[in-house]
Design a protein around this ligand. Sequence first.
Ligand code: FE2
Length: 185
Amino acid sequence: MSDHPRAPQAPATPDVSASPDIPAQSSPPCYAAEFPGYFGETAEGPDPETIERLNALLEAERAGARVLAILRDGLDSRSPVRAVLERLQKDEGANAVALYKTIQRLGGVASHDTGAFVQKTLAIDGLAARLQFVNKGQAWVVRKIEEVLPRVPDEVARAMLDDMRQSHIDNIAACGALLLEGLDN
Ligand SMILES: [Fe+2]
C-alpha cells in the first residue's frame, strides 16, 4: 500500500498510432533546389523579371521593325528618307533577333508578340509626326535598356544590350536630322 495518493496518470507519450512511420520533423522538406528559377533566384536560372524586361524590349523592337518597314514602303525608291528608314528598319530587325536569341540562351522563354507600337504609330497622320513618335519609342527603348543592364550578369548579353543602346542613340539622331531637314520627299 502506497503512502502517496496516485496522481492521475497522463499518457507517457502522445498517441502515435495514427502516424507510426513518420519521423518527427519541425518543417516540411524544401524542394526549392529541384526547381531552379521557381523562386526567382539568379544563381541557378534566369530571373523572371529580367526575362520579362528583355521580352518587353523584344516586342518593342519587333514592332519598330514592322512599322519602319511600312513607312519605308510608302516612300519612293529614290527618296533619301527611304534610305535612312531602310537602315533603321534593319537595325530594329537585327535587335529583335539578337534579343530573341539572348533570352533563349539565358534560359528564358522568348515572346512571339509584337508591341502595340505599330497601331499607335499608324494612327498618327503624316510621316513627320509618325517619325517623331518613332523617335519617342526609340528613346523609351534606351531608357529600358539602361534600366535592365544592371540586372544582367551575362557579359555577352550586356555587350549586346550596350550596342543596341548606342545604335538607338545614333538612330534617334539620324531620324531627328531627317525631321529638321523636312520631309518633302
Ligand atoms: Fe528600337
